[in-house]
Design a protein around this ligand. Structure first.
Ligand SMILES: NC(=O)c1ccc[n+]([C@@H]2O[C@H](COP(=O)([O-])OP(=O)(O)OC[C@H]3O[C@@H](n4cnc5c(N)ncnc54)[C@H](O)[C@@H]3O)[C@@H](O)[C@H]2O)c1
Length: 313
């Protein structure tokens, strides 16, 4: 048995809490790596949602070079939380992004699990110290925040609280590596972690520019894909900035373009998502993308994403 295989097997079977966008994608990744999965969700249409998901995910798995059959024998669906977590030692929670709900969930999960279970939350913004507020033993609770869809995207932000043990951090990092992910350990808890803070800063300006009529919604996509997206996929923003300064590196960049950058920061929109703004932007999104279904758009995105990933490796 290889080390990677052993890092997965020691947590087999695993539990996925929440069968929405993120939970289903994690469950697929776990199954494709041979793990047995208990999938918990209180929704009444759980079986239907799962069937629909697995009918459409085969081509993505094929493109990833992962197996796409034999999942159903290893997948247990349940709306009983105790059954979902008792006896498993890796739990990936993907319930709604509501603090109270996650606090209750983890406090209850804790009563059913053994001392070695790893408790991960996929939360996009809420730190482990807040989610674990009602737990007695928080030493194995931390954030494992994926980028959507976790089946495809490499990044998982691993964000421990001050109470999370070093062993739990090590175990979580090893588990995600064994799944072929690229976990990044975030050094300090902040709301929104790193990837989303960066993303949301840019999305705010993108929405502002569209709302102001500066640029069409679908043109923002083209502009980013043909410039920043391409550059950042190759070098990232910080190295990109260092290279933008020529031989003088980042210092030269900041001295040369710093004043322009500051002027641009000051000019940026302070858009808030009130009801009127949501309705205006939602209408524009229907005008721009409405001709295709979300499933069709997501499939095309996944295919392009994987083609880019392949050339990167
Ligand atoms: N969507 C994204 O892009 C994204 C990316 C990374 C992380 N996340 C995080 O993942 C989590 C799930 O997000 P999502 O987009 O999959 O949401 P979603 O709305 O698609 O799915 C949430 C699921 O949780 C279920 N649920 C409701 N009450 C529950 C309960 N008490 N216990 C367990 N499950 C319950 C719902 O039935 C639903 O199936 C959130 O914390 C979110 O911040 C989302």
């Amino acid at each position: 048995m290889t080390k990677l295989h052993a890092d997965l097997e020691r947590f087999n079977p695993v539990t996925v809490i929440g069968a929405g966008t993120i939970g289903l994608s994690w469950a697929t990744l776990f199954l494709a790596h041979g793990l047995t999965v208990r999938l918990y969700d209180p929704r009444s249409d759980l079986q239907e949602v799962v069937d629909q998901h697995f009918q459409s995910i085969g081509s993505t798995l094929d493109l990833l070079g992962l197996p796409s059959t034999g999942f159903m024998e290893k997948l247990n669906l349940t709306s009983n939380l105790q059954f979902a977590v008792e006896g498993t030692s890796f739990i990936q929670e993907n319930g709604p992004e509501k603090l109270e709900l996650k606090q209750q969930l983890f406090a209850e999960i804790e009563t059913y699990i053994g001392p070695h279970a790893l408790l991960m939350s996929s939360s996009s913004t809420l730190p482990a110290s807040e989610i674990s507020a009602k737990m007695k033993n928080k030493s194995r609770m931390l954030i494992g925040h994926p980028f959507n869809p976790p089946l495809v995207m490499p990044l998982v932000e691993v964000v421990p609280g001050s109470f999370t043990s070093q062993e739990a951090i090590k175990d979580a990092m090893a588990f995600y590596v064994a799944l072929g992910k690229a976990p990044q350990l975030i050094q300090k808890e902040v709301f929104g972690f790193v990837a989303n803070r960066l993303q949301f800063a840019m999305l705010r300006e993108a929405m502002y520019l569209v709302d102001e009529g500066v640029v069409a919604m679908e043109d923002v996509d083209e502009i980013v894909k043909d410039s920043i997206g391409l550059r950042w996929a190759a070098a990232g923003p910080m190295l990109g900035m260092h290279l933008g300064g020529g031989q003088g590196g980042m210092e030269a960049f900041m001295r040369h373009l710093g004043p322009t950058m500051e002027k641009s920061w000051a000019a940026q929109g302070d858009l808030m998502l009130n009801e009127e703004t949501i309705q205006r932007l939602a209408q524009k999104s229907r005008d721009s993308y409405g001709a295709s279904s979300i499933d069709e758009l997501a499939k095309t995105r996944d295919q392009k994403q994987m083609a880019i990933l392949k050339t990167r490796n």
